[in-house]
Design a protein around this ligand. Structure first.
Ligand code: ATP
Ligand code: LTN
Length: 343
């Protein structure tokens, strides 16, 4: 077989992935097993760019000191989980000004009707009825700017963000058709593995940090004793067997978590706990989660003592992101007809 150019001369170009997470509070085990663990794995096979979407966070009112603390802690925690900023720039959105600039431009290419249909907007305006601000409404065009600035081929997002990604694709196509090809139209990245982790108190709802009952979620920085207590209190059923089945939402969820952290299959777990009670199973899940989080928590503690290193990581990442995103923003502005900057 004749070698192609790619295999003979150079490695095939890796596809580019962009994703972001908001630093809006404690990061949960659900965020880790459903999203972050996947980001870590993607770093070898794709050219990844990651961000903390702090501009999105202010669509809901934030206390300044808490917001600052959440942002730096989320940054350190994601590094502790395994994001390697040498491989994958990992920056803080508000530090790269091109995001806010492109978001404004894209607002002018997004229809009021489209944004009105977004389910997240409808949900959040109900939840924050006293502060239905324009930022909450225009949230998806900022998210589109995040993605399109980097010409991302793929975006790993959870089910709740699919509608926003679809809108980003529509905006990109609309702009490309109105002018000429400018933006890569991004595809959703569907993870092969990756779980939807449910609340430990109401296993029909997803584990979410905005749940008022803290027993429903495990924070990545929860202490081992608290983690164990939360698993012991987890809601199950009265039937008594450890296996996956319809109607056993609590046990199904615990099995899912146990599989994610141990790499075992649901069948292996059912064999392991055959004839054993829920108490023993819950303790095993608690221990497995504690052991998974222990090294992450240790790295987090070390990183938080090394603020200079954190500053270096997010500053260098922001510089790389600024360089890449400026190329796209210049192209966009030129096509629209803005005068070029002569400085
Ligand atoms: P909120 O409680 O404010 O809705 P959240 O905890 O649901 O926040 P997001 O910031 O909306 O988290 O989501 C960040 C990422 O984590 C998304 O990709 C989302 O799909 C994923 N994620 C969040 N919760 C879960 C969960 N319980 N299981 C799996 N993935 C999750
Ligand atoms: N809206 C997302 C966070 C987010 C994002 C993005 C995800 C902001 N910009 C760009 C993917 C791509 C959330 O709340 N999970």
């Amino acid at each position: 077989m004749t070698p192609t150019n790619e295999s003979a001369n150079s490695a095939p170009q890796k596809k580019r992935i962009f994703s972001a997470i908001q630093p809006s509070g404690t990061i949960t085990l659900g965020n880790y097993l459903g999203a972050l663990q996947n980001w870590i794995k993607l770093q070898d096979d794709y050219e990844c760019i990651f961000a903390l979407a702090d501009l999105h966070t202010i669509t809901v009112r934030q206390d300044p000191a808490t917001f600052r603390k959440n942002t730096i802690e989320a940054y350190a925690l994601l590094l502790a989980c395994g994001i390697d900023p040498e491989k994958s720039p990992f920056f803080i959105q508000s530090q790269v000004h091109t995001h806010a600039e492109l978001a404004w431009i894209l607002n002018c290419y997004t229809q009021f009707g489209e944004l009105s249909r977004m389910t997240q907007f409808k949900d959040k305006s109900q939840k924050h009825a006293d502060n239905i601000n324009v930022g909450l409404f225009a949230y998806p065009s900022l998210m589109a700017a995040d993605i399109l600035l980097y010409q991302a081929d793929m975006v790993p997002v959870g089910a709740d963000q699919k509608q926003h990604l679809e809108l980003a694709r529509n905006i990109a196509e609309r702009f490309n058709n109105a002018y000429s090809p400018t933006f890569t139209v991004p595809d959703p990245y569907i993870a092969q593995s990756g779980a939807r982790i449910m609340s430990l108190q109401d296993p029909t709802r997803k584990m979410s940090k905005s749940d008022e009952n803290p027993n429903g979620w495990i924070a990545m920085l929860d202490k081992p004793d608290d983690i164990m207590k939360k698993f012991k209190r987890a809601v199950t059923d009265s039937e008594g067997g450890v296996y996956v089945a319809e109607g056993k939402d609590g046990i199904n969820n615990l099995i899912g978590i146990y599989c994610c952290v141990t790499g075992k299959t649901a069948e292996q777990v059912a064999d392991e706990f055959q004839g054993k009670g829920y108490g023993e199973f819950k303790t095993a899940v608690g221990e497995a989660v504690i052991e998974t989080l222990r090294p992450i928590q240790e790295r987090f503690d070390d990183l938080m003592k090394n603020k200079d290193y954190l500053t270096k990581c997010y500053t260098e990442s922001a510089q790389k992101a600024l360089y890449l995103s400026t190329k796209t923003l210049r192209k966009v502005m030129k096509k629209i007809g803005f005068l070029p900057k002569e400085f």
